[in-house]
Design a protein around this ligand. Sequence first.
Ligand code: GLU
Length: 516
Amino acid sequence: MSQSKVRVRFAPSPTGPLHIGGVRTALYNYLFAKKYGGTFLLRIEDTDQKRFVEGAEEYIIESLKWLNILPTEGVGLGGDLGPYRQSERKDIYPKYTQQLLDAGHAYYAFDTPEELTAKRLEAEAEKQVFKYSSASRMEMKNALSLGDAEAKKLIDSGTPWVIRLKIPADEQVVFQDQVRGEVTYSTNELDDKVLMKTDGLPTYHMANIVDDHLMEISHVIRGEEWLPSTPTHVLLYRYLGWEETMPEFFHLPLILKPTGKGKMSKRDGAKLGIPVFPIDYVVNGILDAPGFREKGFLPQAVINFLVLLGWNPGTDQEVFSLEDLATIFDPKRINKSGARYDFDKAKWFNQQYIMMANDDELAAMARPVFEAQGYHPEDHLLKNICRLLKERVTSIAEFWDQGYYFFEDVTEFDNEKIVRKKWKPVSRGLLEDLMTRIDGLEDYNAEAIENTVKAYMEETGIGFGDVLPFLRLGVSGTMKGPPVFEIMELIGKQTVSHRMKAGFDKFDAIKSQQNQ
Ligand code: GLU
């Protein structure tokens, strides 16, 4: 791989939120550029005005920013080979369609949408698929069937036209795909794609090839769904005289549903309640598609999860930072077969990254979660909550689920069985006595509380099992939380004391229900 001139691009169409498959494409391009010391640029392919969605471009950029894989050239970033938004490059393309027309590789066509629909329906009735191609073009309304003079007349009189690529019959188009090896298509499988539309804008195929050429793209890394378009692209490079510098192609495998069958779609995500988009996508104030960010994922975890959907490092290592990946990412290890979207794995990665994150970072991420519940904790408290809970959560959102008791009284216990078993007639007296001592502590901290409890146990001969479950349940409602003395310190003397009093009544009540 040449080290000096690597230039890759992410070229999304702003037609809606960026699916996780698109994010993976951006990631692989980013890593490829990093690995080979090249440039990664962002081009917005917005020539299809009908599918254009306001705000989609901003969404794409915000997503890439959040994930830390923003290109260094392109839309919003500058560069010498812009503009990078295709709608701003309108004037560039006609020269090249003209070149194709002049060389006889393209032609004007005048079929109306109605005529084309009629052809399609006709074919469907015979269980065929209509294709505008070498086999059918002479029956259609175009410069080849009508002759140049007639075509000129139609153009001059203002008849709407498109320009189509003239794909020859009976040829083989052979190209190397860096993921799947040599790929061959017969031109008979291809159709005479529209290159320039009635509105004077190029289609994806035309604009994409012209721009990849003018932007000096060396490698095209994109999803497998573009593989069938590639023979057409190869012909375009050939007919424009650019085959020598044609980029190398990498077509990335599909991302499959968790069952392993079929492509993972937005609908599957909604059905399974799992995100397939990087960040929330909101339309007119309504959440259209939930994102990983708002579900409490760290960007590093999403990157780590995604990089392994379609690539393998060749070792057992699973956890990689973006920096690690930039050196070890080997495009030869991109897989051919589809990758199953295993959301549990995403959660596992998130857990790993939460455990590795420092408490300041976590507190900053968790703050909105607590604020959404109406609490505005001091930094010190929030940091400590994160420190205590980070081994136990799989997402930032769970800091609330697992730590609500730092702010709100306990309403239920997650283990009443232990109360029924261990709460004895003498328990209340003993624990009240213990609480009086704890309440009397001047320096109310975890160590002092622990020492008081231990001293009391020694004095009275009771065991941990007679004390700790009740402190835990009374203070936090759960037997599964972090060390109870630390929780007590953070919650503070007054609240603890008040909760324990309420707790004693509840323990009594549970016990008396049992005895009835
Ligand atoms: N605009 C295309 C897309 O939305 C780009 C495909 C390509 O990378 O060539 O994915």
